[in-house]
Design a protein around this ligand. Structure first.
Ligand code: UT7
Length: 330
């Protein structure tokens, strides 16, 4: 087994907007059905941010809960890392607004863009900072307001996504054996246009034409991403088991990115795990991109399903295409 990175998750939090959009909402506006959405994706409903909410607000709500859970104050946080693909503005970073909302006056703050696997990328950076002694308490957030970037005429995409935020406070391990046992990240940039928003950036600034052609909305080659995700999940799981020397039975829980129940099921089958060992909430929230892993982690912890000493695996694949996995002892 490779060396443990001695860090811990000292607190977790999450925030979901109040408005619930059931599959019946899409039945009214699109040629789709509850039956199609539920059987092809596992999704029954998702949340949508109110007009007064945006990514920094969702982030601050989740972040506040995580700081409280860790028994800290906003002043104790020295870095905020926010993983998001749906920033409030092109710049400054959304993390800067979060720093102000939370009153984390001593914190550096920046965003990480790795879409659905962004939270794992952000935890990886935080772990490096903590291990190097460059930080003491890092607030890591995954948050999205995807509803602002969805084409509600595109039935293959808009039915999938939801809004929400999850957060953790990472700090140094407090006992031997606690920490990250394995972490891997990756990217295949040749597939950068598999999931993307074509317009609104430096390559193609917004114009009347881009708006008329709906290029400011998220586009996805769903079937290609699906196939890629199933194969990549399998290789991430195999690699994590090999590198840690653990067997799936040693894991208390696997927390995968909630992109499609069929992808999650493929991972569960690969591991040969019983249903209760793989965390699933996609039926309630849909795919919340960078927010899905930390929301699911927080729910499992608060439900009393996880305890200190448990070994947990996080897994995610997303736009880029990027991916990540992490095995840690809580
Ligand atoms: O989080 C980042 C990573 N993202 C993912 O992992 C998403 C991966 N992809 C997927 O989850 C699936 O590919 C989708 C759920 C997006 C689509 O499911 P699919 O089983 O791959 O369907 P498909 O795209 O191959 O489409 C099958 C049919 C098509 O009709 P035809 O061409 O066979 O007549 C689609 O037009 O289903 C149609 N379709 C729909 N029908 C009813 C697509 N969306 C819908 C819909 N309602 N909402």
């Amino acid at each position: 087994m490779s060396d443990i990175i001695p860090v811990r998750f000292a607190g977790t939090g999450s925030y979901l907007p109040e408005e619930v959009l059931g599959n019946d909402y899409f039945e009214k506006i699109l040629d789709t059905s509850d039956e199609w959405i539920a059987t092809r994706t596992g999704i029954r409903e998702r949340r949508r941010a109110s007009k007064d909410e945006n990514t920094s607000i969702l982030s601050a709500n989740a972040g506040r809960a995580a700081i409280e859970d860790a028994g800290l104050t906003p002043e104790d946080i020295d870095v905020i890392i926010l993983a998001t693909a749906t920033p409030d503005h092109p710049f400054p970073s959304t993390a800067a607004f979060v720093q102000s909302h939370l009153g984390c006056v001593n914190a550096a703050a920046f965003d990480v863009g790795a879409a659905c696997s962004g939270f794992l990328h952000a935890c990886w950076i935080a772990a490096g900072q903590l291990q190097a002694g460059m930080a003491t308490n890092v607030l890591v957030i995954g948050a999205e307001t995807l509803s602002r970037f969805l084409d509600y005429k595109e039935r293959g995409v808009c039915i999938l996504m939801g809004d929400g935020a999850g957060a953790v406070v990472m700090t140094k391990a407090e006992r031997e054996g606690q920490g990250i046992l394995h972490a891997t990240l990756g990217c295949d940039g040749t597939k950068a246009k598999h999931i993307w928003i074509p317009a609104g950036g430096a390559a193609l600034p917004s114009s009347e034409t881009t708006v008329a052609e709906r290029m400011h909305y998220m586009q996805m080659k769903g079937r290609d991403v699906f196939k890629f995700a199933v194969v990549k999940m399998t290789s991430l799981i195999d690699e994590a088991m090999e590198k840690t020397g653990l067997s799936p039975d040693d894991l208390k829980m696997v927390i995968p990115h909630q992109s499609n129940l069929r992808i999650i099921e493929a991972a569960r089958e690969r591991l040969g795990l019983p249903a209760e060992k793989i965390a699933v909430n996609i039926e309630k929230y849909g795919n919340t991109s960078a927010a899905s892993v930390p929301i699911t982690f927080d729910e499992a912890r608060r439900a009393g399903k996880l305890a200190s000493g448990d070994k947990i695996m996080l897994l995610a694949i997303g736009a880029g295409l990027t991916w990540g996995s992490m095995v840690f002892e809580l």
